[in-house]
Design a protein around this ligand. Structure first.
Ligand SMILES: C[S@@+](CC[C@H](N)C(=O)[O-])C[C@H]1O[C@@H](n2cnc3c(N)ncnc32)[C@H](O)[C@@H]1O
Length: 795
């Protein structure tokens, strides 16, 4: 991938309507209407233009060819039924019209007046809006077939004009979304064009369930591409399950998302298929409800003037949740399409106010600001967002100097290590001599920090050792010893698991942590180092924990399967997440328990308690480093599981730690750069309905040469408690042992020291007044990486 300059910012387009195209006359230096409107838009500060590709004349001809005419005496113009001529038996057949239609089907071709642009210069910086009246999901088969021919015709014409992206008419009919998606998939065979599905986030048909738009309906006669409506069956009547179901608006957003999910799944997650999210009101008011779209390929955001409200001074602004959504979506570098700016809907600010306001949201977006601020993770990681990196194998491989140099740019990790070492030194009994050892010293930053902590502690009887097994880094260590440290440090070359130490140590400092804590084999290496730690000695870190959360991200799913090798979907990757949505929610789950969004899997502690050791002081096998966890996540809103996000949290000493846990990192080690989360992909996306439960199993397994992870997930719906009394196959009552499960919601040892506010949502607890649900199994994934066949870490 390219890691060249990345800046989170939007491009802003305006929507040119059919009526503007009709009313405007070419003038001055602009030879055509399109060129004039485009020049005007650009002079107002818009970078791109969205405009319909076809005119009313095309709609008229298509309608006459394809739909059944209808005698409406009250109407002066000819009207048409939403019924195809193809199969109609109700009309007197008009053979001349039918043969015209057949000629068109055989060889679809526009007449000059049926298109808005004809020249390459008119098409520059233009996104084509496909005739929005085309019903690709009409009830009537004939309308669907003819709409598909017309769509292919429009796309071929757009492609001829070198237009890169076309925005498709929105799906309107839930019953035929599969037909819509099949057509889109067929259109994606044109390799030169990207397609965006226009989708209103809120299903207005639920509020106003009149018939959908059609070429013949009066609603479609408005000249501006209007917000389409999706017809779904009675969402409001879906029975309430055992936990509070999402509010009506949220349910409708789930319906819109499910429509999109079906389309992109049928299109096999084609990367040239994106979303044009239509934020026409009404919009949800609850914060975060739009967040699920963060994990989707949102390329366009439609913002009509009617979405804006007036602030106290009368200027147009967006309601808070929409503001936040727009700010957050800057990471996707969306194309924001403003429409109706000249409609005079708001009394102050004039036409420019909308564009200025969106630019203001861009400037004040935290992602944009962080990306421009030296020292932030966002600044450091520019170009690495959603990029899959194979985790390091610092035990099996010898790291390069440049890799060490990247580590050493992290100010927070080394600061926290120095603080932990300093605190440990201060708490050590004054009269004692102290032996401190840095195991896995690399190029020496922790040695330097240890010396600095020694100086600050004013302890003059501290002896420092540094062990390193990388022969190349050992040269750098020797160099630093000669030039900086002199006899304050003694260097030892070798593997800490077998090296012979001249004496036992009091404080053992190591940094062998991976993004999931134990995935760079810190437990195995420190097992060896425990041979030379005194019984009352301290290990820094003293413990670390691994954490997981289920996530949705079509981007990461596509990245992982882009390598056409099954192994790539069974390999954990280090990723700086961006277009990702965590699917689980804090709060009451189906089982009557309160769950958290991110859950702890397991812990490693150093020194270990009760290890059996052989004559060399080593554990005879590595089986004590195997771990497993079974986690239950409550899924409040429908989503698709694409993988698991893995995080770690480490206690260095006392209340000093390191954390990449999404909820705690800022309190424990803000702006730490060294670790991005781990991404465990799933081979097949797993659909999860709203108000469902996901059970994730993960294992850390080992043999004498390797360590690897295996993972698996199952999904469940809750049924009413009475169902528990009726035995039926596939029904699994929830084990009561869950309540005391050691793998769930264990509070962080660092938390005592940090004011995090109420932790009720993190700790699993009983909700007494709600009966636990009986869970009905609805799906599962395969077991990933069985036997470590695709990915492992070498011992
Ligand atoms: C993640 S790097 C950390 C380096 C350095 N302490 C720092 O913080 O920049 C881990 C280092 O431990 C070394 N290492 C890993 N396993 C080791 C082992 N079994 N014995 C000795 N060194 C080891 C690696 O070669 C590497 O230099």
């Amino acid at each position: 991938m390219s890691t060249s300059s990345w800046s989170p910012s939007a491009s802003i387009s305006t929507l040119i309507t059919t009526s503007a195209l009709t009313k405007t006359k070419p003038s001055g230096s602009h030879e055509t209407v399109a060129l004039k409107l485009i020049a005007e838009a650009q002079s107002k500060g818009y970078e791109r233009i969205c405009m319909p590709l076809t005119t009313e004349a095309w709609r008229k001809r298509w309608t006459e060819m394809c739909l059944v005419p209808y005698d409406d005496v009250s109407s002066e113009t000819k009207t048409f039924k939403r019924e195809s001529r193809r199969e109609s038996r109700l009309v007197l057949r008009d053979l001349s019209v039918e043969s015209k239609a057949e000629a068109w089907r055989e060889n679809p071709c526009f007449e000059r007046d049926e298109v808005t642009i004809t020249r390459l210069d008119e098409a520059e910086n233009v996104t084509a809006i496909i005739s929005e009246w085309l019903e690709l999901d009409a009830e009537d088969d004939g309308i669907r077939y003819d709409a598909e021919i017309a769509l292919q015709q429009e796309l071929a014409y757009a492609s001829y004009l070198n237009i890169q992206t076309a925005i498709l008419p929105a799906p309107r009919n839930r019953h035929h979304v599969a037909s819509y998606a099949r057509t889109v998939r067929a259109c994606l065979q044109n390799p030169f064009l990207s397609l965006a599905v226009r989708l209103p986030v809120y299903d207005t048909a639920v509020l106003d369930p009149s018939s959908p738009l059609s070429p013949s309906s009066s609603a479609s006669l408005s000249s501006a591409p209007s917000t389409p409506r999706l017809v779904v069956s009675n969402i409001a009547n879906v029975p309430n399950r055992t936990s509070p179901s999402p509010g009506p608006l949220e349910a409708h957003i789930d319906a819109a998302w499910e429509t999109w999910d079906l389309i992109r799944s049928i299109c096999d997650y084609n990367i040239r298929l994106t979303l044009a999210l239509d934020l026409t009101p009404p919009l949800p008011n609850s914060p975060g409800v739009l967040s699920k779209w963060a994990a989707e390929a949102v390329r366009y955001i439609f913002l009509p003037a009617s979405t804006f409200i007036a602030n106290a001074k009368g200027y147009p602004v967006l309601p808070k949740p929409t503001q936040n959504f727009i700010r957050d979506s800057m990471t996707h570098r969306p194309n924001i399409v403003i429409s109706g700016a000249s409609s005079g809907l708001h009394v102050r600010g004039g036409e420019d106010a909308y564009l200025q306001y969106v630019k203001h949201l861009e400037r004040t977006s935290t992602v944009v600001q962080a990306a421009g601020t030296v020292g932030t993770v966002e600044y450091f990681a520019q170009g690495y967002q959603d990029y899959l990196q194979a985790p390091l194998q610092p035990l099996m491989d010898n790291l390069q100097s440049i890799t060490y140099q990247t580590f050493e740019q992290d100010p927070v990790k080394y600061r926290n290590y120095e603080e932990a070492i300093h605190k440990a030194l201060l708490e050590w009994p004054q009269q004692d001599k102290i032996i401190l050892c840095v195991a896995g010293a690399g190029r020496g930053p922790l040695v330097a920090r240890s010396l600095s902590a020694v100086e600050r502690s004013k302890r003059d009887n501290v002896h420092v050792y540094a062990i390193e097994k990388n022969p190349n880094a050992f040269v750098t260590l020797q160099n630093r010893q000669r030039s900086e440290w002199k006899d304050r440090v003694r260097l030892l070359f070798g593997d800490m698991r077998v090296i012979q130490m001249p004496e036992k140590v009091d404080i053992l400092v190591s940094e062998l942590l991976g993004s999931f804590g134990d995935n760079e084999l810190s437990p195995e290496c420190l097992d060896g180092a425990m041979r030379f730690l005194k019984p009352q000695g301290i290990s820094i870190p003293s413990s670390y924990t691994a954490h997981l959360a289920p996530l949705s991200s079509s981007k990461l799913y596509n990245e992982a399967r882009a390598v056409k090798d099954e192994k790539s979907l069974e390999t954990p990757y280090v990723v700086m997440f961006q277009a990702v949505n965590l699917l689980s929610g804090d709060g009451p789950g189906l089982s009557g328990l309160c769950g958290s969004q991110v859950q702890e899997c397991w812990e490693f502690e150093h020194p270990r308690k009760n290890s059996v050791l052989d004559a060399r002081g080593l554990p005879p096998t590595n089986s004590h480093n195997a771990r497993s966890a079974n986690l239950r996540f409550y899924i409040p809103h429908a989503g698709v599981l694409h993988g698991l996000a893995g995080y770690f949290e480490a206690v260095l000493y006392g209340n000093i730690g390191l954390s990449i846990h999404p909820h705690r990192k800022d309190q424990v080690s803000k702006d730490m750069l060294s670790w991005f989360p781990l991404f465990f992909p799933f081979k097949e996306p797993l659909y999860l309905p709203g108000n469902s439960e996901l059970q994730v199993s993960i294992w850390r397994l080992t043999n004498e040469r390797q360590v690897w992870y295996e993972w698996h997930a199952e999904s469940f719906l809750g049924s009413l408690p009475s169902a528990a009394r009726v035995p039926s196959s596939g029904v699994q009552p929830l084990p009561s042992s869950l309540i005391s499960s050691p793998t769930m919601g264990v509070p962080s040892p660092l938390i005592d020291a940090i004011d995090l506010g109420p932790r009720s949502s993190v700790i699993m607890r009983d909700i007494p007044d709600r009966p636990a649900a009986t869970l009905v199994k609805i799906g599962h994934t395969s077991l990933h990486n069985a036997g470590g066949r695709s990915s492992w870490i070498g011992l």
